[in-house]
Design a protein around this ligand. Structure first.
Ligand SMILES: Cc1cc2nc3c(=O)[nH]c(=O)nc-3n(C[C@H](O)[C@H](O)[C@H](O)COP(=O)(O)O)c2cc1C
Length: 181
């Protein structure tokens, strides 16, 4: 194996620790982008997420890292449920819009042309345009610095058979698609 040393043009010694971490996090990309819906009462939102991870088959658990300042953080904390939805490559501009505006002041479904569908078990809606929708109940949460790691137990799944490409973030909000098997 050939080890390639980080090609950082910056000297980390000259960077504050947090900035150096942020720089190094780019090495953890590309990452698949997902959308997560949440709801509390009549309020709902959609957040774009690159920080998420499958955690367990039995029970089926998925982790999502949600920034504490996000409106979705408030909604998931209150509602204790979310839907993790897998967008396709051709949804790139919608995903960027969802990931750039807060749901505090806009209904992202109507603003960005996404269609809410009633979920089977949880209150937050599915997203019709997405390939896969996983209904989740919050099973645990971990205070993780400026984010919270919400662990969701998947309680219902909805999948489309189409073979559209999945959307990946290269790290600087530039995207590419990968075909799934
Ligand atoms: C590609 C992409 C990936 C993102 N990944 C995350 C993430 O993993 N965690 C997070 O808290 N925010 C992430 N964001 C930022 C949120 O999507 C963004 O702040 C959004 O506007 C929050 O909406 P809300 O305030 O309605 O919850 C990402 C944004 C984009 C565009």
């Amino acid at each position: 194996m050939t080890w390639i040393h980080s090609a950082s043009p910056l000297s980390k010694e000259k960077l504050p620790y947090a900035d150096a971490m942020e720089y190094d996090y780019k090495l953890l990309y590309p990452r698949q982008v997902v959308l997560v819906t949440s709801q509390s009462g009549e309020k709902r939102s959609i957040i774009a997420l690159a920080w998420h991870c499958p955690l367990s088959f039995k029970p089926p658990l998925i982790g999502i890292a949600v920034g504490k300042t996000r409106f979705s953080h408030y909604l998931i904390t209150e509602g204790r449920e979310f839907v993790l939805s897998i967008p396709t490559e051709n949804m790139e501009s919608k995903v960027m819009s969802v990931g750039s505006r807060s749901g505090k002041d806009v209904d992202k479904f109507s603003a960005f042309g996404l269609t809410p569908l009633k979920a089977d078990v949880v209150k937050p809606p599915l997203i019709k345009e997405c390939l896969i929708n996983l209904e989740c109940r919050v099973a645990a949460e971990l205070d993780a610095g400026d984010h919270t790691l919400f662990v969701g137990e998947v309680v219902a799944t909805h999948a489309s058979a189409t073979k559209d490409k999945l959307l990946f973030d290269m790290g600087g909000r530039n995207f590419f698609g990968i075909a799934r098997e």
